[in-house]
Design a protein around this ligand. Structure first.
Ligand code: SIN
Length: 327
């Protein structure tokens, strides 16, 4: 069996103490060298498109990484792909890759909360278990998966729920795990699925290019939040705004005029919630058909931004309602 390891940085490649370290300092070869079982499980092809603390990952990096992974998907000698990444923005990268890549060959992301040199680092076991999942026939056709702390999490369900605990990466409340790993033994709970093409593609059917990405902002609603925040996003050139609203995506009365103005200027507005679980359903709590807003569905505000940004970049603005309702 042959796997590809694509390293992008993060704490899993970090050095220093647990409470004071630098992320993204070790290369892919060091990560592989730290876990001798990895060489027993598979032969490895290594790529390192960039080495970043994931706070610095931008939408163009999602597309660069997607192209790198696609290269490995297209290589018939590769059986599965493991990607190492920081935990901080893993939920955004994972969801972007889930939208952009075909579901066939396993693509498994992993990360760590403790740097490689700290006592009880979680990176080596997470990397080993990610490799086991990438080699598992049950991981085929499932879309992008994330492995951390014995859990297999579907990319579209992933949330980071703790700032420092080792089990920070979780499946969103009420969504359940895609599977689990005990040692090297993988147990998947998802049903068998057929392979599929990418959920989102450029008009020519290829991966979109990382140039000229639209600006999409997230605004976090809070008591007394000023409506001129919306005007500021529009003036700065936002093509879309995701509102992380209170409750079930409830729009404050003081924001309605600014939202209507932004919509009239062609800015796309998505209603998401700042609440941790449950999402925002269309025509619930607000008359979306009348306002022109799009409900985020069962997505976090940051996932809604990934979908809105990539859909606009793929020139699918007229399909936004359908995309948000189905993907
Ligand atoms: C990062 O996201 O790159 C740093 C933090 C982490 O990986 O946990």
């Amino acid at each position: 069996m042959r796997l590809a390891l694509i390293a992008t940085g993060g704490t899993i490649a970090g050095t220093g103490a647990q409470d004071s370290y630098t992320a993204a300092t070790l290369g892919a070869e060091s990560l592989l060298g730290a876990v001798q079982e990895l060489r027993r499980l598979a032969d490895w092809h290594i790529e390192q498109p960039f080495a970043l603390d994931s706070r610095d990952i931008e939408p163009a990096h999602w597309l660069q990484l997607a192209a790198c992974i696609q290269g490995q998907i297209d290589d018939p000698a590769i059986d599965g792909i493991v990607v190492t990444h920081g935990t901080d923005t893993l939920e955004e990268t994972a969801f972007a890759l889930h939208l952009l890549l075909p579901a066939g060959k396993p693509v498994v992301l992993t990360a760590a909360m403790r740097p490689a040199t700290s006592l009880s680092s979680d990176g080596p076991l997470n990397l080993l278990q990610a490799a086991c999942v990438a080699l598992s026939p049950a991981a085929r056709n499932q879309g992008v998966l994330v492995v951390a702390n014995d859990a297999v999490i579907a990319a579209h369900d992933l949330v980071k729920q703790h700032t420092h605990a080792v089990d920070a990466l979780q499946s969103r409340a009420g969504r359940g795990l895609a599977g689990s790993v005990l040692g090297e033994s993988v147990s998947m709970r998802l049903c068998t699925q057929a392979a599929r093409t990418a959920l989102l593609q450029a008009a020519d059917g290829a991966l979109p290019k990382p140039e000229s990405l639209p600006r999409v902002d997230i605004l976090y609603a809070h008591a007394g939040a000023a409506p001129d925040l919306i005007d500021a996003c529009v003036t700065a050139g936002a093509a879309g705004i995701v509102l992380a609203l209170s409750g079930h995506g409830s729009i404050p009365a003081s924001w309605r005029a600014a939202i209507a103005k932004a919509l009239s200027q062609g800015v796309h507005i998505v209603r998401a919630s700042r609440v941790a679980a449950g999402g925002v359903r269309p025509q619930t709590n607000e008359d979306d058909a009348a306002t022109g807003c799009i409900a985020a569905g069962d997505r976090t505000a940051q996932q809604a931004r990934v979908l809105l940004l990539l859909a606009l970049h793929c020139k699918q603005a007229e399909r936004l309602g359908e995309l948000f309702a189905t993907l």
